[in-house]
Ligand binder design. Structure first.
Ligand code: CO8
Length: 259
């Protein structure tokens, strides 16, 4: 597929997605969302890719849903748009591989929500993250009232959603929205460093880890702990578990085969 709004490259087991509508600060329109959806399916079935980075430009990760595209929408059109976004973001959330958002500049509205659909977020110094939808007479519709709350808790989520004010990278670090702030020029190196660490783990263990954490967020603790035990035990029927423990005992690096 020829991509028009996204750039995609593979680098040593890591898939790097770069949002590429710089003139509109990477505002998310239906074309970009459609390309992202198709790309996530491709990445899901690509055994060469074991970790993913989503990034934008220096000025903006993404400044939100495309306001020009949404301005004259009626309720049905708005729902269709946001349902398509949900499909795309759920594909990121449910991808059996880790996804890192590398934020530089603005991550606003749908941009912040895209980052929240990723497993880990890091940001460049000076970045600005927010849910400004309230300033447009709407509310977040792609996870900003839900994934944001699960990530930073209801106090900070309500502050961001109800004031519409952006927070700095330092504040985002303090409240757990991101896990690291780095100088702008080090952003991609840092994202690749984390992705490379993850890309050489057992893909089966990685998938199990992501599924357990995600599943636990939507059910009660007892059910989540039972799911964790079953998933943990199931890994003992894999060659990767045998290899991981054998390699430890033999004092060498493991070589995983995803079996
Ligand atoms: N949509 C469309 N175009 C945008 C957007 C946007 N969200 N943000 C910026 N642009 C465009 C501007 O219109 C401008 O285009 P042009 O050069 O043709 O006039 C260009 O990008 C550069 O922007 P500015 O000139 O405004 O640059 P500034 O540096 O002066 O300001 C700001 C940058 C502060 C980011 C400003 O552009 C702004 O406030 N943008 C809107 C941010 C916003 O409100 N985002 C939330 C949008 S609503 C949303 O995301 C909810 C959607 C829910 C569904 C899920 C979506 C995926």
């Amino acid at each position: 597929m020829e991509l028009k709004t996204i750039l995609y490259e593979k680098d040593a087991g890591v898939g790097i997605i770069t949002l590429n509508r710089p003139k509109a600060l990477n505002a998310l329109n239906d074309e970009l969302i459609n390309e992202l959806t198709i790309l996530m399916d491709d990445i899901g079935s690509d055994n060469e890719v074991q970790a993913v980075i989503i990034t934008g430009g220096e000025r903006a990760f993404a400044a939100g849903g495309d306001i020009a595209f949404m301005a004259n929408a009626d309720s049905l059109q708005a729902e269709k748009f946001v349902e398509a976004i949900r499909v795309a973001f759920d594909k990121i959330d449910r991808l059996d591989k880790p996804v890192i958002a590398a934020i530089s500049g603005l991550a606003l509205g749908g941009g912040s929500e895209l980052a929240l659909a990723c497993d880990i977020r890091i940001a460049a110094e000076g970045s600005s993250i927010g849910q400004p939808e309230i300033n447009l007479g709407i509310i977040p519709g792609a996870g900003g009232t839900q994934r944001l709350t699960r990530t930073v808790g209801p106090g900070w989520a309500k502050y961001m959603v109800m004031t519409g004010l952006p927070i700095s990278a330092d504040t985002a670090l303090k409240i757990g929205f991101i896990t690291k702030v780095v100088p702008k020029e080090q952003l991609m190196d840092e994202a690749k460093k984390i992705a490379n660490i993850m890309a050489v783990k057992s893909p089966l263990a990685m998938k199990a880890a992501k599924r357990c954490v995600n599943y636990g967020l939507s059910v009660d603790l007892s059910s989540a702990l039972s799911y964790e035990i079953k998933t943990w035990a199931a890994l003992f029927s894999t060659e990767d578990q045998k290899e991981g423990m054998k390699a430890f005992l033999e004092k060498r690096n493991p070589v995983y085969k995803s079996r």
